[in-house]
Design a protein around this ligand. Structure first.
Ligand code: ADP
Ligand code: MG
Length: 445
């Protein structure tokens, strides 16, 4: 779609990657193209593509994360915005990066505004950056007017340990879904490619939407679902939920049998599988803490939306690249007819595992529980071998980054787990001793 005319006023945006339109309303463009944004609608923005003189060339929907405001730090290839320390580590350790590859992220903790994360051999070093008197500091001695100057300086001047900045960390373009106003889609738009697994509700496939976009498709027999109108109203509520740590529901194909529930595809499958398959090297305590914090953040969001999950368990947490975790299968318990002997939701009434949710405090206990349960398993072995004192859930939770500790949630409110909690879901398959270490390096942030 496209039309020439007067461009709306406002800041200009720049395309970060090439984008090919897949629907009539989407707008194709190349990296570097200029835009005005006329309307921001969550993940899709209605944008006007401009020529060099600022005249409108064409308009249509563009994925919001493909644009960055002109002349801002967002445009810099090394600026990664608000990502966690753990995500920075994974990204820098990924293939394609070299000694000195770096990124700058917004700090999650007080005491710094940004953090510079730099690859050093197989590890990653993190340096705090803070504003003071209108200048950016990386240490007390030197200051810079902006992040670009700081980066340029440390491309020639060593940071520490003979380390200096080389190339920006590799950034992959996100894979946006087709823009569709209608969430109910014809089943012909989807192709089932590969079975990923099966669970209480049916089978899950990796699939394609419109032969282009990779998605996960949950296939559920119509007979197991609630009446169509109840189903539709639940779906309406579920599809509004959008958060970095909530699995996005993309579409449903609910006409006919079976019904497809289409969500984003998470390459590493469920957290339960990851916990079972990973040893301490692959999933150290710091990583578990980060996973716990991510899930707690997702659950806090659900609660802020007055939404009850009803079936939180490690098998319903999906893991993506860089160990990004997303809470999935929320609300699904409400869509399914409960048939005796076939399925029972995880809740204190059934005591079949997972977590009961009744307050933010109880919900956020997931974070501590996840680590505590895993630690508990390791601890029983540890106590027989070493004298290192084990951490309690409280001390684990107090160590969570501040963004994961919403107001009113105190470590003490997080320690009382629900009675129906089943430790096996989180500790299954993990039988090894651990060492609980405090922060060891000065630049740890
Ligand atoms: P359960 O009832 O045990 O939660 P599910 O039907 O939800 O099982 O999922 C079965 C399996 O399919 C999961 O263990 C996981 O490996 C895979 N799976 C489910 N959803 C996704 C997804 N969005 N992306 C990738 N894999 C998924
Ligand atoms: Mg599941």
């Amino acid at each position: 779609m496209g039309s020439k005319g007067q461009a709306p006023l406002g800041p200009q945006y720049v395309g970060l990657w090439d984008f090919e339109a897949r629907t009539a309303e989407e707008l194709s463009f190349r990296a570097g193209d200029l835009f005005h944004v006329a309307r921001k609608e969550e993940e899709w923005w209605w944008a006007v593509r401009l020529d060099g003189a600022g005249r409108a060339l064409a308009e249509g929907y563009v994925p919001h994360n493909y644009l960055a405001e002109k002349e801002t730090v967002e445009l810099e290839p090394w600026f990664f915005g608000r990502i966690s320390r753990s995500e920075a580590l994974h990204r820098l350790q990924a293939m394609g990066n070299e000694q000195g590859s770096f990124l700058i992220r917004v700090s999650e903790k007080p005491g710094a505004d940004y953090v510079l994360s730099v690859r050093d051999q197989q590890t990653v070093r993190h340096y705090k950056i803070w504003w003071r008197a209108g200048r950016l500091h990386l240490n007390e001695a030197v200051s810079f007017p902006g992040l670009s100057e700081l980066v340029d300086h440390h491309k020639v001047q060593s940071l520490s340990h003979g380390l200096w900045l080389t190339s920006p960390c590799r950034k992959h373009e996100p894979e946006p879904l087709p823009h569709c106003d209608d969430w109910e889609r014809p089943r012909e738009e989807f192709t089932l490619c590969r079975k990923l697994g099966f669970g209480y509700f049916g089978e899950v496939f990796e699939g394609l939407w419109k032969d282009k976009v990779r998605v996960a498709i949950k296939v559920i027999a119509r007979a197991d679902l609630l009446h169509q109108h109840t189903f539709q109203s639940e779906i309406q509520a579920m599809k509004k939920l959008r958060h970095k740590h909530i699995l996005a529901l993309y579409a449903v194909a609910s006409v006919g049998d079976p019904v497809y529930i289409v969500t984003e595809l998470m390459p590493k499958g469920s957290l339960l599988e990851l916990l079972r398959d990973s040893d301490e090297k692959a999933l150290p305590i710091s990583e578990l803490m980060d996973i716990a914090a991510q899930v707690a953040e997702g659950m806090c969001y659900l609660e802020s939306q007055n939404y009850i999950h009803r079936d939180l368990a490690a098998r319903n947490i999906l893991v993506g690249e860089n160990n990004i975790c997303k809470v999935g299968d929320f609300g699904l318990a409400r869509l399914i007819k409960v048939r005796y002997g076939l399925w029972s939701p995880s809740c204190p009434l059934t005591g079949l595992g997972g977590f009961w949710e009744g307050s933010a405090g109880a919900w956020t206990s997931l974070g501590g529980q996840l680590c505590a349960q895993k630690l508990q398993t390791r601890k029983s072995l540890l106590s027989r071998r070493t004298s290192i004192s084990p951490m309690t859930t409280t001390s684990l939770i107090s160590g969570l980054p501040q963004r994961h500790s919403p107001e009113g949630i105190t470590p003490s409110s997080l320690t009382s787990g629900p009675s129906g909690f089943s430790s096996m879901r989180f500790s299954a398959g993990v039988r090894r001793p651990i060492q609980v270490l405090g922060p060891s390096i000065a630049d740890c942030h």
